[in-house]
Design a protein around this ligand. Structure first.
Ligand code: APR
Ligand code: PHB
Length: 389
């Protein structure tokens, strides 16, 4: 088999890249280790920046999103028993759209199928070769047979645990990491959201987040310890703990119900530099991870693949390597700003075990400053709705 761009990983980054390249007339094949249902079974965040929505519009994959997605003009921050609204639309003129990442993935998969583009699911032992030459290739196994695919470029969109980043010589890569001393316990339920907008809560018992997937499906999170286990959290206990952390009005109006899904995720910041190695490019979680507090994971993957697709279009249409030469620098400039924002939101909203009184007072002052200052609110807002690209 031969293709112009071999895309490793069929998550949101790989799928969106595939659609963008297809729109630019660039042939691509996706190689994915799992199957479609497995990928659609993963529950991830659900807040889309306007730029991400714009890219989905560009590839013609946004009809359901515009129909079912909820446009949010603000968020609420809760601390000290009270809620404070940040009007992001007033501060920036922009909004975010609440629409589950699982649905974005499903829409992209359907569009890929409808366009007749090839996705190889259940591709085992994918390996990357010769990306320091002009003719890279990948090999994979399927149904007991080894296949080889020759290509012009490889896009490593295979997430944090993928093979692409691991295929690079260790001394060609610098990594930066912060592991936070807590996790998020998430619960999905078929219940109406407690409030029309997201509520991020800093409480002495720990962080809590009220989010949603639709007007009848809610997603809630509680800060938990790293060694915690979902089996320690029967639904009743989860709801009781959530009510304790919410402000009195939210606690009184919260509608509870049986959980559809419950899981614990650790929080991590991670960046690998650079994001290009000859004819191999990394994009999305393969290159960077953010803690979920700013809902930037999918949005960063979207800006990466935007930069990459434009660079590849320039390469094929204009015979110019300027875009691919600049890909890593451009992508990382935006990545680090989102890393900063996600780290800052995480630091401001969580309770850190063993923290000292000075740090607690600084955190309290940070929150007080935020609600007193229009400049601070604008700063949060412009990051939350997404920095330009
Ligand atoms: N070979 C082929 N595919 C692989 C391999 C491999 N060796 N390793 C991983 N994959 C696949 C995974 O099965 C997964 O479907 O790559 C895909 C990577 O998808 P994500 O982890 O979702 O990463 P990405 O597409 O960059 O998404 C960015 O979306 O999924 C969220 O948390 C993620 O919010 C982040 C954003
Ligand atoms: C979610 O809905 O899952 C969600 C929303 C906002 C976040 C993180 C997760 O910051």
């Amino acid at each position: 088999m031969r293709t112009q761009v071999a895309i490793i990983g069929g998550g949101p980054a790989g799928l969106l890249l595939g659609q963008l390249l297809h729109c630019y007339g660039i042939d691509n094949v996706i190689f994915e280790r799992k199957d479609r249902d497995y990928i659609l079974g993963r529950i991830r965040a659900g807040v889309l920046e306007q730029g991400t929505v714009g890219l989905l519009d560009e590839v013609g994959v946004s009809a359901r999103l515009h129909h079912d997605g909820l446009v949010h003009h603000g968020i609420e921050l809760a601390f000290g028993g009270a809620r404070h609204r940040i009007d992001m639309a007033r501060a920036t003129g922009k909004t975010v759209t609440v629409y589950g990442q699982t649905e974005v993935t499903r829409d992209l998969m359907d569009a890929r199928l409808a366009a007749g583009l090839t996705t190889v699911y259940n591709a085992d032992n994918v390996s990357l070769h010769d990306f320091d030459s002009e003719q890279p290739c990948i090999r994979y196994e399927k149904d007991g047979t080894t296949h080889e695919v020759v290509c012009d470029f490889i896009a490593g969109c295979d997430g944090f645990h993928g093979v692409s980043r691991q295929s690079v010589k260790p001394d060609a890569l610098t990594t930066f990491e912060r592991v936070y001393p807590f996790g998020w316990l998430g619960l999905l339920s078929e219940t109406p959201p407690v409030s029309p907008e997201l509520i991020y809560t800093n409480h002495e018992r720990g962080f809590a987040l009220c989010s949603m997937r639709s007007l009848h499906r809610s997603r809630y999170y509680l800060q938990c310890t790293l060694d915690d286990d979902v089996n320690n959290w029967p639904d009743e206990k989860f709801w009781d703990e959530l009510k304790r952390r919410l402000d009195p009005q939210a606690a009184a109006t919260l509608i509870t119900g049986p959980s559809i899904e419950k899981s614990i995720a650790p929080l991590r910041s991670f960046v690998a530099e650079p994001m290009r190695f000859g004819r191999l490019f990394l994009a999305g979680d393969a290159a960077h991870i953010v803690p979920p507090t700013g809902a930037k994971g999918l949005n960063l993957a979207a800006s990466d693949v935007h930069y990459l697709s434009v660079a590849l279009r320039e390469f094929y249409a204009e015979k110019s390597a300027a875009g691919i030469d600049d890909y890593s620098r451009r992508a990382l400039a935006r990545v680090w700003k989102a890393e900063r924002f996600s780290w800052w939101m995480t630091s401001m909203m969580h309770r850190f075990p063993g923290t000292d009184e000075f740090s607690s007072r600084i955190q309290r002052a940070e929150l007080a400053y935020l609600i007193d200052s229009d400049a601070a609110k604008t700063s949060l807002s412009e990051n939350y709705v997404g920095l330009p690209y």
